[in-house]
Design a protein around this ligand. Sequence first.
Ligand SMILES: Nc1ncnc2c1ncn2[C@@H]1O[C@H](COP(=O)(O)OP(=O)(O)OP(=O)(O)O)[C@@H](O)[C@H]1O
Ligand SMILES: [Mg+2]
Length: 249
Amino acid sequence: MRSSTNATLACSTEVEHPIIMAVEQVTKHLPLGQERVEILKGISFQVRRGEFVAIVGPSGSGKSTLLGIIAGLDSPSTGRVLIEDLDISHMSESRLARIRNQKIGMVFQAFNLIPTLTAQENVEVPLYVGEHKGSPAARARELLGLVGLSHRAHHRPNQLSGGEQQRVAIARALASDPALIIADEPTGNLDARNGEHILKLILELRERTGKTFIIATHDPVVASQADRAIRIVDGLLGDIDYSQRVITQ
Ligand SMILES: Nc1ncnc2c1ncn2[C@@H]1O[C@H](COP(=O)(O)OP(=O)(O)OP(=O)(O)O)[C@@H](O)[C@H]1O
Ligand SMILES: [Mg+2]
């Protein structure tokens, strides 16, 4: 009786929260002079739709390298990455660019906004790539509203605070309505107060949009809010903290 209930629960999780991203035995090595640097040494894990997964680990352990590979900005040396069952590790650059635009939003520590464009225009940029429904301007206005920055729409990045710039970057990441948001130290350049505001925004957006978040962070407050943390140590998966809350809805 008990096991059939468990089976039903497991089954409903699989249907409502299918696997959206899988890394399978991913390695990354780079030549360094005569030597070879082994950055990732065989990493496998899966993320389900709607999860918030924190990637943690010491500086230099391979977090940014792994996120770049998951986002299709870099390719693994061996192994593969599946985004909604599509193997992105062996794709042509043009197809990959389309998949990145449709399925993945990226947020970086240094915000990476285009300095000559306004907040509104920065959010519009992804909507001029590929095909998207509706007007880019209207969508950008909606997203700036969602991140609480309607009143800063015509400011350029150097006219915005760090926290505001990161809000714009988050709005840009959401512009093409991707299922997966990948963020590399999104609070890393912010003071504690602004970092807290960005974390709160991410949690609110997750609640409202049901999107999946994979976030590399050194910030224990950010990691503590995730459904689970994946620890990378020296290019390998370390112990996963199963005391973290797991997805329940
Ligand atoms: N292009 C490169 N050539 C050689 N080594 C590299 C290159 N890029 C990264 N590395 C090395 O790979 C390792 C992992 O780097 P990575 O940036 O992924 O670490 P990280 O976990 O994100 O660190 P941090 O927490 O400081 O951001 C580091 O030792 C780094 O020096
Ligand atoms: Mg890093």
